[in-house]
Design a protein around this ligand. Sequence first.
Ligand SMILES: [Zn+2]
Length: 68
Amino acid sequence: MPESPEDRQSELESLWYEIAQAIAAGRTQGLVCPECLSEGLEVEEQQGRTTVRCPNCKRFVEVGIATA
Ligand SMILES: [Zn+2]
């Protein structure tokens, strides 16, 4: 079954959603990159935005977390 770019995108979003949930729960250590499966994601918060960076594959994702 061929994958469309849209499928790939939503797949990525659901992968990173789990990371966002973990961070929202206060877990920022020992997170595993869902794309390259390397441990050690770097979580950074600034100006109310939370970003996650993978030092291995250089993936950079902004995770939307409701902190109400
Ligand atoms: Zn990675």
